[in-house]
Design a protein around this ligand. Structure first.
Ligand SMILES: Nc1ncnc2c1ncn2[C@@H]1O[C@H](COP(=O)(O)OP(=O)(O)OP(=O)(O)O)[C@@H](O)[C@H]1O
Length: 484
């Protein structure tokens, strides 16, 4: 290599990381050049977040080397990475919830300290938010814990791209759009393209393949802790990526089943002055619209009005799949098994004693059915990758007998292969009479529903059914408040 050739910002070679018997990284080499966006894809548990932790300085590999602009870095930690302008937006959002947006900004940018730091931190974060998400409406003195998950994700992304003394050079985005609706995701991806065009580098991890294909310059596919394919983005198709990840492309996965649903509604709810909500037995009802316009509140209201008291029952009226898994889905100190079975205890117990064999058996069936990647369901919940944790929450809900399943953007971080399986499970369960109320930030998923309610400013402003459930109609209603 001559001195004129640009050097890789970070170059990791033959990196290995193991967690007990699990080889999370098994000899991975990856170099990130200035001015490129590298797309990283792979099934849940493939090792994407682990390689990110190595590049970000959060995890020391058990084997392998790390070069920063050609220099061998012996002790690479988070501070060394930050000093080189490496920033990371994690899949599990990592802001301090009890601090304000600008106080969180101060934590990331240590150079903002000293007299008048509040003013400087405010300018830094507001400039970045205004550039990336015009019209965001997030005041920098708000407490992070009071923000919606989409707002928190926007703050975290804007913070990563902000310049508070050390300019960002490599930004790692681990599923950055998982809680953003289509228009926010588009704003963010447009900014990534601008950043890369100005010489910055980005690693973009996403299970939404069209985002990766249209934004990345090069796409790297991981499988079981190894890199199995790597090509320029224009040489990939979505199906090609799915196959490279080791999944089978199912043409039927994105099909809406035509069914006769003539019965009276089983769920009815009125919020504000909008259109009343109704769902019939066996119906898949979608909640759409821009993120944070009342969809999650609606699900909570439906849960509360179904007489649910969160206690395990043999025959619960409703079950709930949380999207913000960190906040209201996962019991972090429990095993995977206990996290799965907690909603079915009423069913698994007789005279107040849980039948441990039945619990293990049922968990084993779901582990196989939904492919929860772990050597042992007795392992800690947090030993699972993010997508696999989400699968457990999904299995937890579906394993109950509840006739109504409420889902709050439940596929966050779930890989494409599993999503196809889950869509099929939802269709089968609906055919057997289960009702699904499904809020999703992914348009493809909304379009799988029999009927869709579009939300705007806390009320239902449009109802679309059958062939009228299209991306165009949903977007038109989200912005104008009337069906197109
Ligand atoms: N702290 C840990 N303890 C034990 N195992 C772990 C730990 N962190 C990760 N693993 C395991 O390492 C493997 C790789 O996980 P990683 O989080 O890198 O996957 P991923 O590709 O990011 O998946 P996802 O798409 O679900 O986020 C998985 O099998 C996971 O269970």
């Amino acid at each position: 290599m001559t001195d004129r050739m640009p050097k890789a910002i970070i170059d990791v070679a033959d990196v290995k990381v193991s967690f007990g018997a699990v080889k999370a990284l098994d000899g991975v080499s990856l170099a990130i050049m200035p001015g490129e966006c590298v797309g990283l894809v792979g099934h849940n548990g493939a090792g994407k977040s682990t390689i990110v932790s190595v590049i970000n300085g959060g995890l020391s590999p058990h084997q392998g080397t790390i070069l920063g602009e050609g220099e061998l870095i012996a002790r690479f930690g988070i501070n060394a990475a930050r000093a080189r302008g490496v920033r990371c937006v994690f899949q599990e959002l990592s802001l301090c919830p009890n601090l304000t947006v600008l106080e969180n900004t101060r934590i990331l940018h240590r150079h903002l300290g000293g007299l008048g730091w509040r003013k400087r931190a405010k300018q830094v974060i507001e400039r970045s938010l205004d550039t990336m998400f015009p019209g965001h409406g997030i005041a920098s003195d708000r407490i992070v814990g009071d923000l919606s998950i989409a707002e928190r994700q926007m703050v975290e992304i804007a913070m990563a791209f902000s310049d508070g003394g050390i300019p960002p050079r490599l930004i790692i985005l681990d599923e950055p759009t998982s809680s953003l609706d289509a228009s926010l995701a588009e704003q963010m991806l447009a900014h990534v393209l601008r950043f890369v065009a100005s010489g910055g580098s980005v690693i973009l991890i996403s299970h939404i393949l069209h985002e990766i294909i249209t934004t990345a310059s090069r796409i790297v596919v991981m499988k079981d802790g190894r890199i199995v394919a790597e090509r320029p983005a224009e040489a990939w198709t979505e199906n090609g990526l799915v196959e490279a990840m080791g999944s089978v492309v199912k043409g039927e996965a994105h099909r809406r089943a035509i069914r006769d649903l003539a019965e009276a509604p089983v769920v009815v709810e009125q919020i504000g002055h909008g259109i009343p909500f109704r769902a019939k037995r066996g119906e898949i009802v979608g909640l759409a619209g821009l993120a944070g316009h009342g969809q999650t509140d609606m699900l909570m209201k439906l849960h509360a009005s179904s007489g649910a008291d969160w206690l395990p029952r043999r025959d619960p009226a409703v079950t709930f799949v949380a999207g913000d898994r960190r906040l209201n889905g996962v019991f972090e100190l429990w095993s995977i098994l206990k996290n799965f079975s907690v909603a079915s205890l009423g069913d698994l117990a007789s005279r107040g004693v849980v039948n441990a064999d039945a619990e293990v058996q049922r968990a084993g069936e779901w582990k196989q059915r939904i492919e929860i990647r772990t050597p042992n369901m007795a392992n800690r919940m947090l030993s699972l990758s993010g997508g696999n944790q989400q699968k457990v929450l999904f299995a937890r809900a579906l394993a109950t007998r509840a006739p109504v399943v409420l889902m709050d953007d439940p596929m966050r971080g779930v890989d494409v292969g599993t999503k196809q399986e889950v869509y099929e499970i939802i269709r089968q369960e609906a055919a057997h009479g289960r009702t699904f109320v499904w809020y999703s930030t992914e348009m493809e998923e909304v379009c799988l529903c029999d009927r869709v309610y579009v939300f705007r400013e806390g009320a239902i402003v449009a109802e679309l059914a059958g062939d009228a459930v299209t991306e165009e109609n949903i977007l038109a209603s989200s912005f104008t408040g009337v069906a197109a």
